[in-house]
Ligand binder design. Structure first.
Ligand code: UTP
Length: 298
């Protein structure tokens, strides 16, 4: 079994669900508390043992490259003003030279196309894929569980969570087969099925380990929903010849590409931060209580 060393993080989408904020700023740079969402994905990948990150970027995304670069003027200023805490935290987040690559998706033709753009850098080895707008919240990052199951089963592994059975039409849903190790065999994948047609309520939450054969499938993948090249369509075809397993995530993902998910993530992450919790807990409770009173009175 080949080791998973590289992770692909696609950041070339338009982020239309978060307009107007994303008109001039990538949604991957929106901050949850004090870090851009893309930083959470990188941290999760490193925690899971990933050695090299491949970003698939696009037009208007140069700020992501700048974010992961060294900013000498800033470091000098922090050093001269004795802001050692800030300096140390920036140094901790700085990727090591040669451990991150950028490739370009010239137009947002869909997630499947974005992944295919990383084919030369990934090469002939299994790789992790993290959708950075999905922010993992839990004791352990979601990708770590996916990697555990991959080491148990090989093949392709997808992280899943359970949704309300009435909401299957918003997600990619997998069919549940026999249990194996920390997960189960996937018997099928369907994009956004109606509740009565859904094989289960396990939805694909944005973390994967995939075999490099997905690139061959993607190279002749037809456009699907939304006239985009869909990763799920390619995975369905690959599942004819390779096994797919599901790794149920015990934490939860916040969809920071949506306004509600983003706001929930900010509250959730603020409340687990020792340096922030006490400053925001009471004001948030007061705001909620006051809003409830207002709604009751109306
Ligand atoms: P999404 O479907 O959530 O991103 O893709 P989007 O298309 O930017 O969002 P909306 O629906 O318009 O609001 C998940 C991830 O895949 C990337 C996105 O940047 C996001 O991080 N992506 C998506 C690409 O890199 N290229 C694409 O063509 C599509």
């Amino acid at each position: 079994m080949k080791k998973v060393r590289k992770a692909v993080i696609p950041v070339a989408g338009l982020g239309t669900r978060f307009l107007p904020a994303t008109k001039a700023m990538p949604k991957e740079m929106l901050t949850v508390v004090d870090r851009p969402v893309v930083q959470y994905a990188v941290d999760e990948a490193l925690e899971a043992g990933i050695e090299h990150i491949v970003f698939v970027t696009g037009r208007n995304k140069h700020v992501i490259e700048d974010y992961f670069d060294v900013q000498p003027e800033l470091l000098d200023t922090l050093t001269r003003s004795g802001k050692t805490d800030q300096l140390q935290s920036l140094n901790r987040l700085q990727p090591q030279p040669g451990t991150i690559s950028f490739t370009r998706q010239q137009a947002p033709h869909g997630l499947g196309h974005a992944v295919w753009c990383a084919r030369d850098i990934v090469g002939d080895e299994p790789f992790a894929l993290l959708l950075p707008d999905m922010v993992s919240y839990g004791e352990r990052g979601c990708l770590s569980g996916v990697m555990d199951l991959y080491r148990e089963t090989g093949g392709n592994v997808i992280a899943v969570e359970q949704c309300d059975p009435m909401d299957t039409g918003s997600y990619g849903i997998v069919g549940k087969g026999d249990s194996t190790g920390s997960g189960f065999v996937i018997t099928g994948m369907v994009e956004k099925p109606a509740p009565e047609a859904a094989p289960s309520n396990y939805y694909i939450n944005g973390r994967y380990v995939l075999q490099p054969d997905i690139f061959d499938v993607l190279s002749n993948q037809r456009r699907g929903a939304g006239n985009e090249i869909q990763l799920t369509d390619a995975m369905v075809r690959l599942s004819d010849i390779q096994k797919f397993y599901a790794s149920p995530f015990e934490g939860r993902m916040f969809d920071c590409g949506s306004k509600d998910g983003f706001i929930q993530a900010n509250v959730a992450f603020a409340l687990i931060r020792d340096d922030i919790r006490d400053m925001v807990l009471d004001p948030i409770e007061q705001l909620i209580a006051s809003r409830r009173r207002h709604i009751q009175a109306a």
